[in-house]
Write a protein that binds this ligand. Structure first.
Ligand code: NAD
Length: 340
């Protein structure tokens, strides 16, 4: 059956159903792969830049219980017809107290024509793959085609997803890894080994060798300084998604060209917040990556240019992946439908 016909049949089935589809975390893992995430996230960034998709203001609050940060990210993608909300946050004691991930989230999708609740989808795995996909999209569009050394700073939960997605975008011949505590680096070394790429544990100053550097930590002070970065490098700043976090020297923003998923987030909760606050750059200097995808901006213009992607994480990424998970799980018979 042609793809368009299958999609129409699926849409009609979802509209006429009186049930709500539930897609469990383990099912999301089975039905949404890195390639699906890449295509969905690239499409969402393009739709945002074209004015076809809008993220609504983010809410994120300390709830005054369990040291938790709770919030929601919501939006509407008219191009992909995805309307919904990801709700959840960070519960720092989860792993120690109950062995479950500190990051907890769920996605709710609604029918854009009627507002009816369509699906509830586990958001933990999808958050990791959509974040890694954003980094991968930036590498595809902004890193030098001949980039061969990949640096990664941070070795927490997200890092493995980041590394795997990045390895699919360029022919990397070496990986340099740094983490505050070296104990966590073997998880990155193991993945490098699976791809038969040499892995080296390094100090941040060794990142001068890297052509692409991913930062994926929860740091609140710069870890990667301007003199750790060589001309022509693509920086992928993924850890800073909250006011006060910081991973790179703000001076890098004045010597590099800045790109982001969403400018409004980049200047407030993203890595660029510090360069903006100190007047090193202004908001107009930050380019939505969707413009590069849509060929409305040249992106990198020379082999010497330092490019920076400030990946802040937008709700539309979650909705796009949740839509893929819903469709695939229903088609595979692995979703549960309940009357509602
Ligand atoms: P995690 O808790 O599993 O790992 C945290 C990592 O940060 C570890 O490598 C740790 O060593 C490092 N770290 C913590 N404090 C540090 C400090 N002061 N200095 C240097 N390193 C420090 O977290 P995770 O799930 O891997 O997430 C990493 C970061 O990515 C978090 O800040 C998270 O909020 C962010 N994140 C961003 C997005 C996005 O869309 N941009 C999405 C999900 C997570």
């Amino acid at each position: 059956m042609a793809k368009g016909t299958a999609k129409r049949k699926f849409d009609i089935m979802m509209k006429t159903s009186d049930g709500v589809v539930i897609v469990r975390e383990d099912v999301c893992r089975d039905v949404v792969k890195d390639r699906d995430a890449y295509v969905a996230v690239e499409g969402v960034f393009a739709a945002m830049a074209a004015g076809d998709a809008v993220n609504f203001p983010v809410v994120r609050e300390a709830i005054g219980h369990a040291d938790a940060l709770y919030g929601f990210k919501s939006g509407f993608d008219r191009a992909g017809m995805a309307l919904g909300v990801k709700s959840g946050g960070y519960w720092p004691q989860n792993m120690a107290n109950s062995g479950i991930s500190n990051h907890q989230s769920s996605v709710f999708l609604f029918d854009p024509d009627t507002g009816r609740l369509q699906a509830i989808i586990g958001g933990n795995y999808l958050t990791a793959v959509r974040t890694a996909a954003a980094a991968a999209v930036s590498i595809s569009h902004l890193a030098r085609p001949d980039a061969s050394i990949l640096g990664i700073m941070g070795a927490g939960h997200q890092s493995v997803f980041q590394l795997r997605a990045a390895l699919q975008r360029r022919q990397f011949s070496k990986i340099l890894g740094w983490n505050r505590s070296a104990d966590a680096l073997p998880r990155l070394a193991k993945l490098a080994d699976e791809y038969a790429i040499p892995f080296e544990a390094v100090t941040p100053d060794a990142m001068t060798q890297a052509d692409v550097i991913i930062t994926i930590t929860s740091s609140h002070q710069p870890l990667l300084m301007a003199d750790h970065v060589s001309p022509g490098t693509h920086l992928v700043c993924m850890g800073t998604d909250t006011k006060g976090k910081q991973e790179i020297d703000p001076a890098l923003f004045s010597i590099g060209t800045s790109f982001t998923d969403e400018v409004a987030q980049s200047v407030t909760i993203g890595e660029a917040q510090h360069a903006i606050a100190t007047g090193l750059i202004n908001e107009a200097a930050i380019v939505p990556i969707g413009r590069v995808i849509n060929k409305d901006h040249a992106g990198r213009t020379s082999d010497d240019e330092i490019t920076i992607f400030d990946g802040t994480g937008v709700g539309l990424q979650d909705l796009a992946l949740a839509s893929v998970a819903m469709r695939r799980a229903v088609e595979a018979g692995s979703a549960t439908t309940v009357s509602f």
